[in-house]
Ligand binder design. Structure first.
Ligand code: ADP
Ligand code: AMP
Length: 248
């Protein structure tokens, strides 16, 4: 599971909205040192980000995509352990934010999670950015993002010159296998969306909104496709090959 740092549990309404404001400030004034009232770590990273001149200073990012239950989280944990990348799960960050006391986005996030629909990018991207900016790591696995065009556009807008997408790891797995795995996971996960009704919508969202993103990255020759319908170890054997060949 995603590692939760104690300080991240206290983020609520004020911190996230201030963070979004800071991000917008950064976008509009890329060279201006931010001196707003958010945490010093975030403002420090933003000022560092604004001076990033070349790609060696950028965050290295591998996006991890696939249907619900395709094994993204499971494989990310193994990659994190073996290759030292930090695993950021968009879904997990949203679930944490939904539970954060006083989060202004809690209800909105909950509705999207239940419907299997996609949370607006300003929220998801800000949560990802906050994690990256406060991490000591430079290499990130971003699991479950970008899930649609809105995500992709929001990412490109915010992260240009800040993060470089090195690869898109795509776990291909039949719908029926994905559904069975999620229903199984739902027996113990306590997730409100691991049920038949939500899963239908999540698979539909994946087909209609996420597959075009994978196609987009194929045109950029960034997709590493792995057959996710095998044992965890067999899948990881292929994943390892991808990461051994990754230049970052
Ligand atoms: P995702 O992050 O893509 O939604 P998870 O990694 O959480 O998927 O996996 C969904 C469920 O399937 C979990 O209960 C997990 O233990 C199980 N699982 C993951 N990979 C495999 C696999 N290769 N074979 C069988 N079960 C798996
Ligand atoms: P996951 O944990 O990846 O299965 O995601 C669970 C749910 O979180 C999804 O069905 C969406 O409602 C939401 N979600 C996850 N990732 C994103 C994202 N990139 N953008 C918006 N919503 C997301």
């Amino acid at each position: 599971m995603l590692r939760i740092r104690p300080q991240r549990l206290i983020y609520g309404k004020l911190q996230l909205s201030a963070y979004i404001k800071a991000t917008l400030t950064f976008l509009h004034h890329k060279t201006t040192l931010f001196t707003g009232n958010i945490g010093s770590c975030v403002s420090r990273k933003i000022s560092v980000a604004s001076t990033m001149a070349d790609s060696k200073n950028q965050y290295n990012v591998v996006f991890v995509l696939g249907g619900p239950g395709a094994g993204k989280g499971t494989q990310c944990e193994k990659i994190q352990e073996k290759f030292g990348f930090e695993h950021l799960s968009a879904g997990e960050l949203l679930r944490q934010e939904r539970q954060a006391p006083n989060s202004q986005y809690g209800d909105e996030i909950e509705t999207h999670l239940k419907n299997g629909s996609i949370v607006p990018v300003k929220i998801t991207c800000s949560l990802l950015r906050r994690e990256m900016d406060s991490s000591p790591k430079n290499n990130f696995l971003i699991d479950g993002f970008p899930r649609n065009k809105d995500n992709l556009d929001g990412w490109n807008l915010e992260m240009e010159g800040v993060a470089k997408v090195r690869a898109v790891l795509f776990f291909d797995c039949p719908d029926q296998v994905c559904v069975e795995r999620c229903l199984n996971r739902g027996l113990t996960s306590g997730r409100t969306d691991d049920n038949e009704e939500s899963l239908k919508k999540r698979i539909e969202t994946y087909r209609n909104s996420t597959m075009p993103i994978i196609k987009h990255y194929r045109t950029l020759d960034l997709v590493a496709q792995v057959d996710g319908n095998r044992s965890t170890d067999e899948v990881f054997a292929d994943v390892e090959k991808v990461f051994k060949n990754l230049a970052c």
